[in-house]
Every structure is written in structure tokens, then in C-alpha cells.
Ligand binder design. Structure first.
Ligand SMILES: Nc1ncnc2c1ncn2[C@@H]1O[C@H](COP(=O)(O)OP(=O)(O)OP(=O)(O)O)[C@@H](O)[C@H]1O
Ligand SMILES: [Mg+2]
Length: 257
């Protein structure tokens, strides 16, 4: 059974200029513990698809099953990381990470222990008493990753989580995320504009095209794990990247042969 099963999903937004069709006929099945990246140009509906999967918005029509059951409201089995860390500035790192456990009323001692484990796992050990303003952008995003994982969700949704970071920090956090995913498997759906990042992280890359947003192609990434930076320079990697670039810019009919 798929972890997430999407069939014929449409999303139309009402706007002051009339309806905007953000997604049309999107179908996709995601397996448990799979790492899937969504890549495509601005406005192709990546965030819309992620918000639908998180049940933050409702589809106009179509089917969305989570563990085989229609998803009608947000579930605690999902953790979300956005582009901005959105930490509460008056709370320390530890208290920010603990916030969801307070809302969910989870055991305080167990939650604190898990929070400290996660903080250490992402390399923020020693900074747990600091406030967000005392952290770099990359450190803030690490803290928001801990907050998304604190209640141990089986699905992690990430919407361009590293987009605001410099290239080196972005790369470093990408590898860190894969290491965390390797030790504590989850189903990850990760949105990015960056084709290289999409390939390096993913088991499968979902390439989308805009107006209205559709899935142009799903590409299986057959590269060994753990992934390394040198893989980017391999012929196989370049061929994935060419294929994805072609379908994004020329549409689903594009071929490289
Ligand atoms: N709340 C909304 N009301 C009206 N239109 C919206 C709303 N949210 C998104 N849209 C429209 O839906 C389309 C898809 O938007 P979405 O944010 O999903 O794209 P995206 O792929 O995430 O883009 P980006 O890469 O810029 O973040 C766009 O045309 C956008 O203008
Ligand atoms: Mg977006």
C-alpha cells in the first residue's frame, strides 16, 4: 500500500481576477520511507501540492489517501518545514523545538529527551538555550527541522527549506538531512527549484510544469546511497539533469534521444 496516494487531484483558487487553476489532473503514489523531490519553475503548484498533502488546504476535486484513508484534516503524523524557519523569537531553541509537544500534550520528560537527541543529531548541541536571533540562518533551519521531527511523524514535508541559505550551507544541510533520514526513516516530500539538489536527495524526482500545474515526468534516481558530492559529475547524474531540464522547459513530450 502507498503511504500517500493521489489521483486526479485538481486545485483551483478563487482570486480577485477570477479562478486560478494551480493543479490539474495530478496523480502520484509515494511509498513509505521514500524520498521524493518536487521540482519545477515558480508557480507550477509545488507548494500547492505540498499543502494539499499536509491537508493545510482542500483539493477542488480528486483523491488523496494517507495510509489508504482519505485525508480530510491535518494529521499529527506529518511534520512540515517551510522556507523560513519561523521560530518564535522569545523562545529558546529547545523551547521552540518543544512547541508541538506542548500543543499535543505529550509527556514532558520524554519530549525533552527526544528534543535534546534531535538537537544533537543536527549539530546544534550546546545551542539549545540560545534564542533564534543568536543563530545563523542555517542553524535556525536546523532548529526548525528538529521542531518538525519532535513528535516523530512518519511524513516530513519540506517546502524549499534551504532556499534562503548560501550554496555551501545548503549543500551541507542537504547531506545532513539524508544522514538523518538514513538513521530515522521517514517519507520525505521535498520541494525545490534546484534540479541538482532534487536529484542528489531523491529516490524519485517529480518534474512539474506550470499553467496549470501538472506532473510532466517522474524520474527514478538510480544512484547508490549514501550520496556523495562527486556523483554530481557522473554521466548518469548529468543525464538525469538534462532529462529533467528538458521536460520542465519543453513539456512532457521532451526526449533526449
Ligand atoms: N492562495 C492563493 N490564491 C490564489 N492563487 C494562488 C494562491 N496560492 C497559489 N496561487 C496560485 O497558484 C499557482 C501555484 O502556486 P504555488 O504557490 O503552488 O506555486 P509554486 O510552484 O510553489 O511556486 P514557487 O516556486 O514560486 O514557490 C500560482 O499561479 C499562484 O499564483
Ligand atoms: Mg512555492
Amino acid at each position: 500500500m502507498s503511504k500517500i496516494h493521489i489521483e486526479g487531484l485538481h486545485k483551483t483558487y478563487a482570486s480577485s481576477h477570477g479562478p486560478v487553476t494551480a493543479l490539474k489532473e495530478v496523480s502520484l503514489s509515494i511509498k513509505q520511507n521514500e524520498f521524493v523531490t518536487l521540482v519545477g519553475p515558480s508557480g507550477c503548484g509545488k507548494s500547492t501540492l505540498l499543502k494539499l498533502i499536509g491537508a493545510l488546504i482542500r483539493p477542488s476535486r480528486g483523491t488523496l489517501l494517507f495510509d489508504g484513508v482519505p485525508l480530510l484534516r491535518p494529521t499529527r503524523d506529518v511534520g512540515i518545514v517551510f522556507q523560513d524557519a519561523v521560530l518564535l523569537e522569545w523562545r529558546t531553541v529547545l523551547d521552540n523545538v518543544l512547541l508541538p509537544t506542548e500543543i499535543l500534550g505529550l509527556d514532558k520528560i520524554k519530549s525533552r529527551n527526544r528534543a535534546m537527541d534531535l538537537i544533537n543529531l543536527v549539530g546544534l548541541g550546546g545551542f539549545e538555550k540560545r534564542f533564534p536571533r543568536e543563530l545563523s540562518g542555517g542553524m535556525q533551519q536546523r532548529a526548525s527541522l528538529c521542531r518538525a521531527l519532535i513528535h516523530n511523524p512518519s511524513v516530513l514535508l519540506m517546502d524549499e527549506p534551504f532556499a534562503a541559505l548560501d550554496a555551501m550551507t545548503r549543500e551541507e544541510l542537504g547531506f545532513e538531512l539524508m544522514r538523518i533520514w538514513d538513521t530515522d526513516k521517514k517519507t520525505v516530500i521535498f520541494v525545490t527549484h534546484n534540479i541538482t539538489e532534487a536529484i542528489l536527495l531523491a529516490d524519485r524526482v517529480v518534474a512539474m510544469t506550470p499553467r496549470p500545474g501538472r506532473i510532466a515526468r517522474v524520474v527514478d534516481i538510480d544512484l547508490a546511497r549514501p550520496r556523495t558530492i562527486d556523483m554530481e559529475f557522473s554521466q548518469k547524474f548529468k543525464s538525469y539533469s538534462g532529462e529533467i531540464r528538458d521536460v520542465i522547459y519543453q513539456g512532457p513530450g521532451a526526449s533526449r534521444s
